[in-house]
Design a protein around this ligand. Structure first.
Ligand SMILES: Nc1ncnc2c1ncn2[C@@H]1O[C@H](COP(=O)(O)OP(=O)(O)OP(=O)(O)O)[C@@H](O)[C@H]1O
Ligand SMILES: [Mg+2]
Length: 322
């Protein structure tokens, strides 16, 4: 049994009298102690997917399908039960900690608050535990930092505080949405290292959301490549790089800088809006392998080899490796 099993997940927004899906029929699972990657360009639906797992979608959003977490379908869960799971069994690390942390409370208190809310701990005990947690996320001088406010810390330190809050109640699943995008490369590596040690030492599963395939290559065991609300390819991470099956993945790989000074080769065009999708394959307008048939019907998500899925009618025809 996987820890998280998402089946046929569709998420959309209601505007006026019609519904526009922005994420369509996702199927994926995350095993215990696994780091699963979710990649795609801006606007493809990564964060909305994360928010649906946490039950914190915006007011005008709807979600259909099932999200099974430890035998419970989170989609059907009442708000009170969902609140008990959120921050406790499933927690989230956001991209920009400055907007998620409260500027007028010390970081120590904010960590302690999680423990007071979910574990019913008294303030003194919770503050003591907050020092331990800051130590566990390798915050320098945790006793001193505990009493400081978010603006007194560097970006990397703030992200460590967010991670301490996320793991305070020993969750089984942590969703990290672009956790290192705002940080410089050295700090980025330290934060990713920290996520790894959490996985190893605490058996935490991590859903790692990023637009950076370099981060995926080094940190995940399996990955789903998302485009315009659909999974286009999903496989063990190594296979995504060595045996690419989808032109979109190929395009993302080719747009990576190989070395300094070598120009990028970005995919031309933009991700289409959810209410302006092209007919047939959603990627057809930007795909260099497109043929007429691609525009007729949207391809199925086919298992092309064991555990390796691709949504392209030309997957079998084309030797993707050039
Ligand atoms: N409150 C909202 N109302 C209507 N549409 C929304 C709302 N929030 C997000 N969307 C739409 O949902 C789609 C998915 O957005 P989402 O934030 O999940 O993208 P993302 O993949 O996380 O992008 P990024 O890499 O920029 O963070 C987008 O097309 C966006 O316009
Ligand atoms: Mg996002």
């Amino acid at each position: 049994m996987p820890l998280l099993d998402v089946r046929d997940l569709t998420i959309g927004f209601t505007s006026a009298d019609h519904r526009v899906p922005v994420v369509s029929n996702l199927n994926f699972s995350i095993e215990e102690s696994e780091i699963f990657g979710l990649v795609g360009e801006s606007g493809c639906g990564k964060s909305i997917t994360a928010l649906s797992i946490l039950g914190i979608l915006p007011q005008n959003a709807y979600a259909q399908g099932t999200i099974i977490f430890k035998d419970t379908n989170l989609i059907e869960l009442d708000p009170e039960s969902m609140r008990k799971i959120r921050g406790n069994e499933i927690s989230m690390i956001f991209q920009e900690p400055m907007t998620s942390l409260n500027p007028v409370l010390t970081v120590g208190y904010q960590i302690a608050e999680v423990l007071m809310t979910h574990r019913g701990m008294k303030k003194k005990a919770a503050m003591d535990r907050a020092v331990d947690l800051l130590g566990a996320v390798q915050m320098p001088s945790p006793e001193i930092r505990l009493k400081e406010y978010p603006h007194q810390l560097s970006g990397g330190m703030r992200q460590r505080v967010m991670i301490a809050m996320a793991v305070a109640c020993s969750p089984s699943l942590v969703i990290a949405d672009e956790p290192t995008t705002a940080l410089d490369v050295t700090i980025q590596a330290q934060i990713l290292e920290l996520l790894h040690s959490l996985r190893q030492e605490r058996n935490v599963s991590i859903l790692l959301i990023t637009h950076d395939l370099g981060i995926i290559a080094e940190n995940t065991s399996r990955v789903a490549i998302m485009y315009a609300g659909r999974f286009m390819e999903m496989a063990v991470t190594e296979a995504i790089f060595s045996n690419t099956k989808h032109p979109y993945t190929k395009g993302l790989l080719e747009s990576l800088p190989i070395e300094k000074g070598v120009p990028l080769n970005p995919i031309p065009g933009f991700v289409p809006r959810a209410d302006e999708l092209p007919s047939g394959c959603r990627f057809s307008d930007r795909c260099s392998y497109v043929i007429d048939r691609c525009r007729v019907m949207e391809p199925e998500f086919i298992e092309v080899s064991s555990g390796h899925f691709s949504r392209c009618i030309r997957t079998e025809e084309i030797a993707w490796k050039s």
